[in-house]
Design a binder for this molecule. Structure first.
Ligand SMILES: [Zn+2]
Length: 44
């Protein structure tokens, strides 16, 4: 399944796993800076 536009935001591709992920409410304030689908993919 392809990620969909959520709440007007285009899906992004995770820099780690290369999977598309959809906008999430928790990222509402920093969506433009989100590069990873999850904390795990964010490293650390
Ligand atoms: Zn990922």
């Amino acid at each position: 399944m392809r990620a969909k536009v959520k709440n007007g935001f285009q899906p992004k591709v995770c820099h780690t796993c290369n999977l598309e992920f959809e906008w999430r409410k928790k990222w509402a304030k920093n969506w433009e800076n989100v590069k990873y689908c999850s904390k795990r993919c964010g490293g650390k």
